[in-house]
Design a protein around this ligand. Structure first.
Ligand code: NDP
Length: 392
């Protein structure tokens, strides 16, 4: 019997929904690069329903309990008296979502004597100290592709919202006003601007493809350059260095994982190199940016706007400066947990659990750490190290 400890975000304040805005979600046949969607033997939930909060339980309870396993689900994840910390020492598997991360720091991994598998119900396993997971031969897996398109869509929305000054204009209506000049004094067209994408993985490439019809100049950087025919098809200019990309961009959008190489890649010095009036969108991870440098650059007017849904730590404290800085378009971490995405990552978690519980291999595209080293997607996209520092 295995003990599975699952940390999910809180239920809606009015309780688990009794009905939904739409009756179904579209059925997808495959991901954009041909990878198959999750293939669990069965699912015990209705796609399109809320699965990512505590009552939704990722649709796992029947399956796990019928096979004699124990499932503990909680949102209480912070501090030594939390349910998470109390249940951790004898857990075999931890499931956590990046939206509400149960940080697996070195100290926690040392307490988790039975832990063999850490599953990210989503994408981005920076909440796990990967160095320590490697040392302790804990497998780390995430559901690659499950919400990459969700985030790419959200990113395009945020770029447009900033450049066109959508959120303040919406507020004018809510506040019963009609002063058009107030709305447009910071409103521009995206057309003709230079957009710089940092990392052209699944999400970054999705954003590039979605922006092509907007007639913008598309530039990108990555550790591995895209194939020449793809660059030509989308109309891309590659920069081997981050700095040269930042210098020419009107809009910068971040799409790399958080790992030691990328932590605070956008700091005071890098911001100084950007043009006055640059917009930054960050739907990747909060710690890619220096928190206070971003707030200062918005206050001074060097940056024209900053939007995103990722913070550090999460949930963000009430006094986090990104809640109150000017010209921001921040949301809580929602882009990758639409109801559509939840159906895919719940099915992916079930697939990973079915395989692991039966001693079958987990798909290599889901692996971040395995057998004491970076593996699968982790070997391509991450570097070894620890990005959990400061989470408690
Ligand atoms: P991918 O693994 O497909 O892409 C990541 C890309 O980042 C790879 O192309 C990788 O390069 C590149 N990269 C890594 N390090 C660097 C670096 N130092 N400089 C430049 N590029 C780098 O992942 P996804 O696109 O699916 O997701 C990316 C990230 O987005 C996730 O790790 C996660 O942090 C975040 N995310 C956020 C979500 C949200 O809800 N807001 C949901 C899902 C993901 P290469 O492989 O070529 O070395």
């Amino acid at each position: 019997m295995a003990k599975i400890l699952c940390v999910l975000y809180d239920d809606p304040v009015n309780g688990h929904p009794k009905s939904y805005a739409r009756d179904t979600i579209p059925e997808l046949s495959q991901y954009p690069d041909g990878q198959s969607l999750p293939t669990p033997r069965e699912i015990d939930f209705k796609p399109g329903e809320l699965l990512g909060s505590v009552s939704g339980e990722l649709g796992l309870r029947n399956f796990l309990e019928a096979a004699g396993h124990q499932l503990v689900v909680t949102s209480d994840k912070s501090g030594p008296d939390s349910v998470f910390e109390k249940e951790l020492p004898d857990a075999d598997v931890v499931i956590s979502q990046p939206f509400w991360p149960a940080y697996l720091t070195r100290e926690r991994l040392q307490k988790a004597k039975n832990l063999k598998l850490a599953i990210t119900a989503g994408i981005g396993s920076d909440h796990v100290n990967l160095d320590e997971a490697m040392k302790k031969h804990i497998t780390v897996a995430e559901v690659t592709w499950c919400n990459s398109v969700s985030v790419a869509e959200h990113t395009v929305m945020m770029i447009l919202a900033l450049v066109r000054n959508y959120i303040p204009s919406y507020q004018v209506v809510v506040n019963k006003g009609w002063n058009i000049a107030d709305c447009v004094e910071r409103s521009y067209d995206l057309e003709g601007m230079t957009v710089g994408i940092v990392a052209s993985g699944r999400i970054g490439l999705g954003v590039l493809r979605r922006l092509k019809p907007f007639d913008v100049k598309l530039h990108y950087t990555d550790r591995h350059r895209l194939p020449a025919e793809m660059e030509e098809e989308i109309g891309l200019t590659f920069h081997p260095e981050l700095e040269s990309l930042l210098k020419i961009s009107d809009v910068v959008s971040l799409h790399c994982p958080l790992h030691p190489e990328t932590e605070h890649m956008i700091d005071e010095e890098m911001i100084r190199k950007m043009k006055r009036g640059t917009y930054i969108v960050n739907t990747a991870r909060g710690k890619l940016c220096d928190r206070d440098a971003i707030a200062r650059a918005l206050e001074s007017g060097h940056l024209a706007g900053y939007a995103g849904d990722v913070w550090f730590p999460q949930p963000a404290p009430k006094d986090h400066p990104w809640r109150s800085m000017p010209f921001h378009g921040m949301t809580p971490h929602t882009s990758g947990t639409s109801l559509s995405a939840q159906a895919r990552y719940a099915a992916g978690v079930r697939e990973i659990l079915e395989n692991w519980l039966e001693g079958q291999p987990i798909r290599s595209e889901y692996l971040i750490v395995d057998k004491g080293q970076l593996a699968g997607t982790g070997a391509h996209s991450y570097s070894a190290g620890d990005a959990t520092r400061g989470s408690e």
